[in-house]
Design a protein around this ligand. Structure first.
Ligand SMILES: Nc1ncnc2c1ncn2[C@@H]1O[C@H](COP(=O)(O)OP(=O)(O)OP(=O)(O)O)[C@@H](O)[C@H]1O
Ligand SMILES: [Mg+2]
Length: 264
């Protein structure tokens, strides 16, 4: 990412009175669990009685629908071609929340011009007013498309695991997005932690780098333990909170959802 490609123009939402309730889920490195976490977070918020929308914002490799084994008749692609509005493609999922599915692998969404992405984001901001929370599952990395989509979020949850590359890339993500003020707050989620202590160690090393080089102290949103039942539920294309509601990873995400919801 070169400085010349940083984003400077971020139009503010039309009305300052709008509530900000979009939670962006991001990471530097891929495969750290964003999509699974986004699904489970939306599900946990729904189970806590909140009206939640999950937006598949991984414009290149959308796979919320794959993890949940659902076939969306209309998805973001239909919005881009003008066949449907964003509100029309928001489909209720059995977990009690709505989903806007992406379209994977066509390249159609990944190559959208900035102006189209900004109007998509504006439409999402409007739609978000019908919900208590919107969870935005982003693609990995710090590409412009990812940053354009997450602008004006209430919070950006940056996921990392204990892998050094995941921690370094999370740091890079925080550095770039903080410089552009893309979200009201950035928080860290450590996923696939062996245990609480190990998760705290990972958070500690990321926090030290943020303090030292960025003068930032992103808080810890939570630690999610590594749990084989996550893989099992994904393999069976069923939400974890449906298949294994008592799993450790499920209760870790529920704690994060509770804390976020308390900040409402
Ligand atoms: N807490 C966990 N315990 C065990 N396995 C996990 C956990 N979280 C995620 N995983 C595993 O990580 C894999 C990747 O998850 P997921 O697809 O959600 O990551 P991602 O960050 O969205 O990836 P991408 O960057 O490609 O979009 C899952 O298939 C699952 O097997
Ligand atoms: Mg993903």
């Amino acid at each position: 990412m070169t400085p010349s490609s940083t984003i400077t123009a971020f139009p503010a939402p039309a009305s300052a009175t709008r509530k900000r309730n979009i939670i962006a889920v991001a990471s530097g490195k891929g495969g750290v669990g964003k999509t699974w976490f986004s699904i489970t977070l939306a599900h946990a918020l729904a189970r806590a009685g909140r009206k939640a929308l999950l937006f598949d914002g991984d414009l290149g490799l959308a796979n919320v629908d794959v993890q949940l084994g659902m076939t969306a008749q209309r998805d973001l692609g239909s919005v881009i071609t003008g066949e449907a509005t964003l509100a029309q493609v928001a489909k209720p999922y059995e977990g009690g929340f709505d989903i806007i599915a992406g379209r994977s692998g066509t390249g159609m969404l990944a190559t959208l011009p900035a102006s189209r992405l900004l109007s998509l984001r504006a439409e999402l901001q409007l739609l978000s007013q019908n919900y208590d929370w919107v969870v935005l599952d982003l693609g990995a990395g710090i590409e412009r498309t990812v940053r354009l989509l997450m602008g004006h979020s209430r919070a950006c949850l940056v996921l990392t695991t204990d892998e050094p590359t995941a921690i370094t890339d999370a740091y890079a993500y925080i550095k770039v997005t903080a410089a552009e003020h893309l979200a009201e707050s950035t928080q860290i989620v450590v996923n696939m932690a062996a245990n609480q202590r190990e998760g705290e160690r990972v958070y500690g090393s990321l926090l030290r780098a943020c303090r030292e080089f960025l003068k930032l102290e992103p808080p810890l949103a939570g630690i999610i333990r590594r749990d084989d039942r996550v893989k099992d539920s994904i393999r069976r294309q069923t939400a974890l909170l449906t298949r294994h509601p008592a799993a450790e990873a499920a209760s870790d995400v529920e704690s994060i959802a509770r804390r976020l919801d308390q900040s409402r």
